[in-house]
Design a protein around this ligand. Structure first.
Ligand code: RIB
Ligand code: CA
Length: 314
C-alpha cells in the first residue's frame, strides 16, 4: 500500500503524544514529513520540548518546527489541569537529542508541502493557529494538500465550555479560517472522540509494562484519571489518536458532510462549531466530512495493539 505523506501539527499534550506514538507505530503506512507545534495544552516552549523529547526517546529523526506561541487574536491559555504543568502528565523524559528546525512552523509547512511530489495530508490536533496562517500567507499550498484530518470541534457540546471543544475554543478565528477554506476536511469532534480511547484497566496495564512506548503512554494517561473529566472514572478519551486512526481505518467510522460554522463571539458560545445536522439537508463533499459514529471496541483494540507493537520498534 502506498504510504500517505503526513505532517502532524500538535500541542503535546498527553493525547497528542499517544497520537504521535500511534503514527510512529504505523510508519509503514505514513511518510511523516514533519511535526509542527502550536501553543495550546501548554506553552509553545513546553509543547515543543515535549515533541523533541518524545521523538528522541523513540529514536526517530523526524524534523520538528516550532509554531505560534499564541492564538491569532485571543489570549493564550494552557490546560495544566488536564495535561499537567509540563504537558506530559508530569511524566519526565530524558532531555531531547534532536535539534529543532531553524524554520518556523509556517514556512516549514509551506516548504514541505510545496516540495512534496505527492499531495500531503495535514493532521492538526491542537488549536488551528498554524494552519490558518499557512493558508493565508501561502495560499499556493492549497493545491498540494490532499486532506486535513482535524481533531477539533464537536456536534454534541463542549469540554472547555459547555459549547466549545478546547482546540476550537482556544483560537476560534483560526478555526473559522480553516473551516471556511474549502480545503478537504475531516472533523474528529468530541461527539466521536469521547468514545475513542481506553479503559482504566488498559491504562493501568500499560503503565506497568516494561516496554518503552507502553510505559510512557500508560504513565502519562494515568494523569487523566486524577482529574474529573474521565467518564465515571473508568474510560478516558484519547482525542488526538482519532484524527490519525481515521486515515488508516476509515471503515471504523460513520460520517456526514455538513456545513460547519465557527462562533467567534466573546460570549458563552465562543468556539462553538455549529454543524448543520438537519438530516434532510444534503451537503456535497466540498463541505467538511464530520465523523458521527465510531466502532469503539475496534478502535481500542487497534490502538492497544499498535502501542505494544511500538515497544518492539523503538
Ligand atoms: O479537546 C481535546 C483537544 O484539546 C485535544 O487535542 C487535546 O490534546 C487538547 O489539545
Ligand atoms: Ca492536542
Amino acid at each position: 500500500m502506498k504510504k500517505r505523506n503526513i505532517i502532524i501539527d500538535c500541542d503535546p499534550g498527553i493525547d497528542d503524544i499517544v497520537a504521535l506514538s500511534f503514527a510512529i507505530a504505523n510508519e509503514d503506512k505514513f511518510n511523516i514529513l514533519g511535526i509542527t507545534t502550536v501553543a495550546g495544552n501548554q506553552t509553545i516552549d513546553k509543547v515543543t520540548s515535549n515533541a523533541l523529547k518524545v521523538m528522541s526517546y523513540y529514536n526517530r529523526n523526524i524534523e520538528i518546527a516550532k509554531g505560534q506561541e499564541k492564538p491569532l487574536l485571543r489570549e493564550k491559555s494552557a490546560a495544566s489541569n488536564v495535561h499537567g504543568e509540563n504537558g506530559m502528565g508530569d511524566y519526565q523524559l530524558p532531555e531531547a537529542k534532536l535539534e529543532l528546525s531553524s524554520q518556523n512552523a509556517i514556512s516549514f509547512l509551506r516548504d514541505k508541502i510545496m516540495s512534496s511530489e505527492e499531495k500531503v495530508t495535514l493532521v492538526p490536533v491542537g488549536p488551528l493557529t498554524n494552519i490558518a496562517l499557512l493558508i493565508k500567507v501561502f495560499p499556493e499550498v492549497m493545491e498540494n494538500i490532499e486532506l486535513v484530518s482535524i481533531m477539533g470541534g464537536s456536534i454534541s457540546g463542549g469540554n472547555r465550555t459547555s459549547c466549545a471543544e478546547f482546540n476550537v475554543w482556544a483560537d476560534p478565528e483560526a478555526a473559522k479560517i480553516v473551516f471556511d477554506s474549502k480545503l478537504p476536511l475531516v472533523m474528529s469532534g468530541l461527539n466521536v472522540t469521547h468514545s475513542t480511547g481506553l479503559y482504566k484497566e488498559d491504562v493501568e496495564k500499560l503503565a506497568k509494562s516494561t516496554g518503552k512506548a507502553t510505559e510512557l503512554c500508560g504513565k502519562m494517561l494515568e494523569y487523566y484519571f486524577k482529574g474529573d473529566h474521565v467518564k465515571e472514572g473508568r474510560f478516558t478519551p484519547i482525542h488526538d489518536a482519532c484524527a490519525l486512526m481515521y486515515l488508516i481505518y476509515p471503515e471504523l467510522f460513520k460520517f456526514r458532510h455538513m456545513k460547519v460554522d465557527v462562533d467567534c463571539s466573546d460570549g458563552i458560545s465562543r468556539g462553538n462549531t455549529i454543524a448543520d445536522v438537519r438530516e434532510w439537508i444534503k451537503y456535497d463533499n466540498t463541505y467538511p466530512k464530520v465523523l458521527v459514529d465510531v466502532d469503539l471496541e475496534k478502535f481500542r483494540e487497534i490502538l492497544l495493539n499498535d502501542l505494544y507493537k511500538l515497544d518492539e520498534m523503538v
